[in-house]
Design a protein around this ligand. Structure first.
Ligand code: C5P
Length: 240
């Protein structure tokens, strides 16, 4: 499948149109950013690990009945996906309190909430993706009530599939961010990749962080952590 033009020229992800107007190629780079792209670095191999992790997770979700825009892995760093019209709204799931929720509410990282927490954010670079609630999402026309119900039920399913899957490879899925979009036929699919860039992953045995927080907090060994997640995910049978 040939690339015909760039749709999204991001730092860590680039999206290209293809000869088929309904399909795009997503290409993962070795670049990493944090704090609204103020902090940047190149992590050798990151593109390969993130693409591999994303493809594997998309396959697992599809096998478990969650529709996603993923079609197939094309190479170490590229995957073919359906072109969706993305809803400008992030859905964050928190199984363990960390990051912005810990900061905002003055809580210790590591507290397990009684129920998973679901946050919605309005995707806007200028506004820094502000937190919104259900009625704001409806009021500004991001989604209909029916779509919002569908998004919550799909996200619950994603969490219900991924928590035990990560546990089986010795990792706690602390939190993750995802997004949804409409397929050309109008149906709703998960249209985002889940990688250590967009999820917090803690090693169950050591508590070590295996995600972007290593970069955010200058813990070092970022590439090694991403590689570790990639190898555990792609060798799951060894953990059975
Ligand atoms: O920063 P915060 O704690 O709200 O992030 C929750 C989760 O969502 C983290 O895993 C973070 O990496 C991810 N996230 C993301 N993109 C954003 C905001 C959060 O991938 N724009």
């Amino acid at each position: 499948m040939e690339k015909t033009g760039i749709v999204h020229d991001g730092v860590s992800i680039k999206i290209y149109d293809t000869e088929d107007p309904e399909k795009v190629i997503i290409s993962f780079t070795d670049e990493i950013t944090a704090y609204k792209k103020i902090k940047k670095a190149v992590i050798k191999g990151k593109g390969k690990y993130c693409n591999g992790i994303s493809c594997e997770i998309s396959r697992i979700l599809q096998e478990n009945g969650v529709p996603t825009s993923f079609i197939e892995k094309l190479s170490d760093t590229e995957q073919l996906c359906w072109k969706t019209s993305v809803i400008p709204m992030e859905v964050i799931v928190r199984n363990v309190i960390a990051g912005s929720m810990a900061q905002r509410l003055g809580l210790e990282e590591g507290i397990v909430p009684k129920e998973p927490v679901y946050d919605l954010c309005y995707k806007s670079d200028i506004l820094c993706d502000p937190l919104i609630n259900d009625s704001q999402a409806l009021a500004i026309g991001l989604v209909s009530q029916e779509e919002l119900n569908q998004i919550y039920s799909m996200t619950q399913k994603v969490n219900a599939v991924l928590v035990p899957m990560f546990k089986s490879i010795g990792i706690t899925l602390v939190d993750f961010k995802t997004e949804y979009g409409h397929m050309p036929d109008g149906s709703l699919v998960m249209s985002d990749d889940i990688t250590p860039d967009s999820a917090r992953l803690w090693d169950i045995a050591t508590g070590q962080r295996l995600d972007k927080d290593r970069f955010r907090h200058d813990n070092g060994k970022v590439g090694e952590a991403y590689k570790d997640v990639y190898e555990r995910l792609t060798n799951r049978e060894k953990f059975l």
